[in-house]
Design a binder for this molecule. Structure first.
Ligand code: GRF
Length: 203
């Protein structure tokens, strides 16, 4: 499978996907990395692995629709089978999402449907939760709302800071993301009528 990864920052999730693909643990190759920010460290990680990179700076566009139109064309130029949002900090238009429906997945640092949106670790701590986690889901028109494919849970400890919890979650992100990318790349997981299925069984 041809995999395109979209990033905005450090790219630690990108790195784990690159590593898994290079180790043959994913039936596919990362054929392109796109960032909306030129200073994203993930661009260096991609270059290190010899993967072509493109920056599409959202501040150069007058509207979200124009940006997404240009982004969709750039993605299509890589002819991907799978599109991975790995810390891509942009809200995508419904037209864009529809265009890649069933081929695009995202990782979100919470146990969806809890805590959609930002600052999830702080919100979980402030709510006094004793469990938090991360979710990989199909991208649909609903922000952080698509059918969940896989989740991982971690405990929240009494004296947890936002950073400690974020690090604990990130460790789990790096475990579940490459696995779900493999399941999508190999065709085991599919989006069927708005529901995630694995080997034909509803998840
Ligand atoms: C991760 O915490 C992910 O859950 C969120 O953005 C962060 C991306 O981190 N969507 P990285 O750029 O993959 O290191």
């Amino acid at each position: 499978a041809r995999i395109v990864v979209l990033i905005s920052g450090s790219g630690s999730n990108l790195q784990t996907i690159l590593d898994h693909a290079n180790d043959g643990k994913i039936d596919g190759d990362v054929v392109g990395v796109i960032s909306n920010r030129s200073e994203a460290f993930g661009l260096e990680r991609a270059a290190e692995s010899g993967v072509p990179t493109k920056v599409l700076d959202h501040t150069m566009f007058s509207s979200r629709d124009d940006y997404d139109e240009s982004l969709a064309g750039l993605i299509d130029s890589f002819e991907p089978d799978v599109i991975v949002l790995a810390g891509f900090m942009r809200i995508l238009t419904p037209e864009f999402v529809r265009r890649f429906s069933g081929k695009m997945i995202n990782i979100h640092p919470s146990l969806l449907p809890k805590y959609t949106g930002l600052h999830t670790h702080r919100r979980a701590i402030e709510a006094g939760d004793d469990v938090h986690g991360c979710s990989v889901h199909f991208v649909t028109e609903e922000l952080d709302g698509g059918p969940v494919i896989l989740q991982a849970k971690v405990p929240i400890f009494e004296d947890d800071t936002e950073q400690l919890l974020q690090d604990r979650i990130l460790e789990q992100e790096h475990r579940i993301f490459p696995l779900t990318v493999q399941w999508l790349a190999s065709g085991r997981v599919k989006l069927v009528d708005g529901t995630a299925e694995m080997d034909g069984e509803r998840l």
